[in-house]
Design a protein around this ligand. Structure first.
Ligand code: BG6
Length: 506
């Protein structure tokens, strides 16, 4: 990242020519996210030269057919298509049978040929845009075909990108890791968490560590509690096959929510560099207080959206969604209290909430400071004075807001809560990057900071797994899962429990 005049951050254009091989090129992720992101990088001058995209999937297709499909997908994403002409020439297609070793050997031979014909050094990214059960097979067979090795046999550098979900529990994640490590070294593995690549998520570290005024207050002495919320208005859409097995705790908590928690709570790393940042996050994961699974009802609220209306339109309940079991016990909402057992955070509750079909699309982190110890205005205004709240808005509103108390103008003594607001895009003129653009760019640049490291994934599962297991197997499972109105803010029990938990902490 570079700082330029006017505060615009220039894009780090990767210097190494490279090829991105997308396994799963006929899937949704490729058409909805990857190709639009790559084309957008092309528009912003953010791709290396030369650069090649090789789509691979089972469906036989010619280069021309693949280009036609991708053009339609990128057009649908609303991009300016005037620069499509030169971009399309970079697109190629190879059919691959995912579990056939010969298929990967053919791919390897073809890549070598193309690289030697065009004089490019064989730098490659293999992007696994595949169903999770194929990650291990694909990584192993890439390795067997000699495609994981670096700087030998026609290869330059080689990287592999793995999408979430990374395993469905601690053991399956460790098994997957061991298969991938059988072919690739840790420095070659990029485990995506698209939340980390959101501008405003990256900004959490800038806000905390590029300003001297926040850190002295960023601890148990001044902060009462922290709220981390990621709410969505959409339901499960067409992903029931995956989601009904995952539920909100695997889908959002084990990854995105724990990353937001780690960025909010971690110590300042010595340098802004991948391993130092990962080391600090890992310390947070290690300090998470084991969840009191035997007292689930006192520490977590789970919900599932029922049928109802949103904006006057009828919407289906989760159990009526296509592909969902009509008796499904999968939670689509959770709110839980988490503690971090270290000097900085001892006794400060972090309330983490996420759910589908809620009242608004909103991701934010709110730091609630303690109230004043004693109110000198108590005789006229009463004892209660609202505490300061620092809100980091991640999406859709990208902002930082601080609330504080000020005098209302006029003769009578009156306080009011006012806000100081910073809009993230204010005064900015450079190219902003969508999450997948940033993730792809960092991968081309070999920067792993915004990806999961192996030990982090393991610790995140180690924390979440007992909670998930208990929620899924406890005898009170039925009453633990509360139905909530679509378009609401989740089960009312969540507000009640949070109030209760806060009272206990005060
Ligand atoms: C994904 C989850 O990782 O994140 C989805 O699998 C969820 O269920 C999505 O909808 C939310 O991402 P965003 O960027 O829209 O907040």
């Amino acid at each position: 990242m570079t700082q330029a005049e006017g505060g615009a951050c220039l894009l780090d254009r990767p210097t190494d020519p490279c090829t991105i091989v997308i396994l799963g090129a006929s899937g949704d992720l490729t058409t909805r996210k990857l190709l639009p992101a790559l084309y957008s990088l092309h528009l912003k001058g953010g791709l290396p030269d030369p650069f090649r995209i090789v789509g691979c999937s089972r469906t036989p297709m010619t280069d021309e057919q693949f280009r036609g499909r991708m053009e339609a997908a990128v057009g649908e994403a609303g991009h300016d298509m005037t620069a499509w002409g030169p971009f399309r020439e970079n697109l190629h297609y190879r059919a691959v049978v995912y579990d056939s070793p010969g298929s990967y050997r053919d791919l390897a031979a073809w890549l070598r040929e193309v690289d030697s014909a065009s004089g490019t050094p064989g730098n490659r990214i293999f992007y696994l845009a595949l169903p999770m059960f194929l990650y291990g097979t694909a990584a192993r067979l890439l390795g067997d075909a000699g495609l994981a090795a670096e700087n030998s046999g026609g290869n330059g550098w080689t990287r592999i990108v793995v999408e979430k979900p990374y395993g469905s529990d601690r053991r399956s994640a460790a098994e997957l890791d061991s298969v991938i490590h059988g072919a690739f070294q840790e420095k070659q593995i990029f485990r995506i968490d698209h939340y980390l690549a959101k501008e405003t998520v990256q900004n959490i570290l800038m806000l905390r560590f590029a300003n001297a005024i926040f850190e002295p207050l960023w601890n148990r002495n001044f902060i009462e509690h922290v709220d981390i919320i990621a709410s969505e208005t959409l339901g499960v859409e067409k992903r029931a096959g995956y989601y009904d097995r995952a539920g909100v705790l695997r889908d959002m908590f084990q990854n995105h929510m724990l990353q937001l928690l780690a960025l909010t709570a971690m110590e300042p790393p010595n340098r802004f560099e991948s391993d130092s940042v990962h080391d600090e996050k890992v310390k947070v994961f290690k300090s998470l207080r084991p969840f009191p699974v035997k007292n689930l009802f006192e520490n977590i609220v789970l919900g599932q959206y029922g049928p109802g209306t949103v904006d006057g339109e009828p919407v289906r309940g989760y159990r009526q969604e296509e592909g969902v079991d009509t008796a499904s016990m999968t939670p689509t909402y959770a709110m839980m209290q988490v503690f971090i057992d270290n000097w900085r955070w001892q006794g400060v509750p972090f309330f983490i909430t996420s759910g589908k079909r809620l009242g608004a699309k909103l991701t934010e982190i709110a730091i609630r400071f303690k109230e004043v110890p004693v109110s000198m205005f108590r005789e006229t205004l009463g004892d209660h004075i609202s505490a300061n709240v620092l809100t980091m808005g991640i999406q859709p509103m990208e902002h930082i807001t601080l609330t504080f108390q000020a005098k209302s103008p006029g003769a009578k003594l009156c306080l009011r809560t006012v806000r100081m607001d910073f809009d993230f895009m204010q005064g900015f003129s450079g190219p902003a990057l969508a999450a997948y653009e940033k993730a792809l760019l960092d991968c081309m640049n070999g920067d792993q900071m915004l990806f999961w490291r192996s030990d982090g994934i393991d610790l995140a599962w180690a924390f979440m797994e007992p909670i998930i297991r208990e929620c899924e197997t406890c005898k009170d499972r039925q009453s633990l899962l509360r139905t909530y109105e679509p378009g609401s803010w989740g089960p009312p029990a969540a507000v009640q429990l949070k109030d209760l938990m806060l009272q206990q902490c005060r």
